[in-house]
Design a protein around this ligand. Structure first.
Ligand code: MN
Ligand code: MN
Length: 466
């Protein structure tokens, strides 16, 4: 009697209370199946695409297979067109022209990044010491350096030879490939190291990658280095000087895997931000859109969105201008009426490190893609703080389409913070709000997400782009 009375009261007031729902609990059996199926394509994507170049190439290949054609500035456009624009092989913009008048409706834009924290190879990287051959690295993005030692590593990227020809490198991720390795100190001799600060346990200049140990017999010195250089020359025609015009990245060699007895979670490298870029890309492929829809996959977010492949580059504004011009619309008007989801991952509440979170305003695992009205740190500094109106608009789109989602912020006030591309899109006079998949162990070599949150991100992008 007591129990049923309490249940009735819960129902009576339930519409007053905001509660996050676990998507797995809420999903129908059919939807649960879709959640698990969607994760399979994603795992393949992040296991095989470990740099922005590889993600860009895969996105183009998938776009072509879905009937998208390349767009060049000056091309004509009409309603129903599906096009892609490539920025220097490191970013791609996919768009579909809708039937609604562009000037009145604006565009629906989702932007996500395809670069991820890693170790970049220096331009004069090869050296030998005491039987080993090494590559010097300079880390890319915000990493905990001590996490990148004693794990299998692979090497991805390009070397442009003197004659301009491009050599693609991808070694360490195939079953029978060798991998690469960074050493750490054995605990027996690690007493002083372990007493130091975590930032100093492994220094930047200690992130040296072992790439060989076999000496040639007919050289006087640097016998291991010469042997490695000889192998590189025989196979790729690369000399030591060619590294100057290379972009080579050291990334974890592991494939993405299901985590847990129940396989609810995915472990893998680069969930930040491929767990948003992959669903966004699938959403623009699948969407039956009335609005003009755009998905921007961009480089350089992890180092401040700089350069001509980062979101600060003028090419994105130029492209919007070109699309407007091709459709006879005023670009300034269109931007002012457009709305953008800045799709980037957020910190997931980690019970193992509960003290840095304010749980009421933290993203909870499996409760769906997480909307962050603002990011930034120390008094919202550096955030583009979306307006209540923009949040309301996006919220009503999600709710009308049955998207399971949640709202949160990054962590406790004054404990840290972060930011992403939202503020640069907002500068174009486009209403922008952050949304993304909650990630455990962000920026580590093997991050963790929920399959439910990944699928929620897809549903959110799909509803929004429509
Ligand atoms: Mn990110
Ligand atoms: Mn990041």
């Amino acid at each position: 009697m007591e129990k049923s009375k309490k249940a009735a009261e819960d129902t009576k007031y339930s519409n007053l209370i905001y509660n996050k729902a676990n998507y797995y609990e809420k999903a129908t059996e059919k939807e649960k199946k879709q959640i698990f199926e969607f994760a399979e394509g994603y795992k393949t994507f992040i296991s095989e695409c470990k740099t922005e170049r590889e993600c860009c190439m895969e996105a183009i290949a998938q776009a072509k297979s879905k009937g998208f054609q390349e767009f060049h500035f000056g091309d004509k456009l009409k309603s129903g067109d599906k096009r892609y624009f490539v920025n220097r092989d490191k970013g791609v913009i996919l768009f579909k022209i809708g039937s609604l008048p562009l000037e009145e409706q604006g565009m629906r834009i989702v932007v996500a990044h395809i670069d991820a924290p890693r170790l970049d190879i220096k331009q004069i990287p090869v050296y030998e010491s005491d039987g080993f051959c090494y590559l010097k690295t300079h880390y890319y993005g915000g990493i905990k350096k001590y996490q990148w030692v004693t794990i299998p590593l692979s090497l991805h990227g390009v070397v442009i030879l003197k004659d301009g020809s491009k050599v693609n490198i991808n070694i360490g991720d195939k079953e029978d490939d060798p991998v690469f390795y960074i050493s750490d100190l054995l605990p027996h001799l690690g007493k002083n190291q372990m007493a130091g600060k975590a930032t100093d346990i492994i220094s930047g200049e200690q992130l040296n990658v072992i790439i060989g140990g076999l000496p040639v017999v007919d050289a006087e010195k640097d016998k291991v280095k010469i042997n490695v250089l000889k192998m590189l020359y025989d196979k790729y025609k690369i000399t030591e000087e060619d590294f100057i015009s290379s972009e080579l990245c050291v990334v974890p060699a592991a494939r993405a895997r299901d985590v847990g007895f129940d396989r609810a979670l995915i472990g893998g490298y680069g969930h930040d931000d491929r767990s948003c870029s992959y669903p966004s890309m699938q959403a623009i492929f699948d969407v039956q859109n009335e609005n003009t829809a755009m998905c921007i996959l961009v480089d350089k977010e992890e180092i401040g969105s700089e350069g001509n492949t980062g979101i600060k580059c003028k090419v994105y504004e130029d492209l919007i201008d070109e699309i407007c011009q091709a459709l006879g619309a005023n670009s300034r008007q269109v931007r002012g009426r457009s709305i953008c989801l800045s799709a980037d991952v957020t910190a997931c509440y980690d019970p193992n490190f509960a003290t840095v979170f304010e749980k009421r305003n933290a993203a909870i695992i499996s409760c769906g893609a997480c909307m962050n009205k603002f990011t930034g740190s120390g008094g919202k500094s550096g955030s583009s703080d979306a307006s209540a109106e923009t949040v309301a608009k996006v919220r009503s789109i999600f709710d009308a389409n049955g998207v399971v989602w949640q709202a949160a912020e990054l962590g406790k006030v004054d404990i840290g913070g972060g930011g992403t591309v939202a503020k640069f899109i907002a500068q174009l006079n486009i209403d922008t709000v952050d949304i993304g998949v909650p990630v455990i162990s962000m920026h580590s070599p093997y991050e963790l997400i929920s399959k439910a949150d990944l699928y929620s991100m897809y549903k959110a992008a799909l509803a929004f782009l429509k």
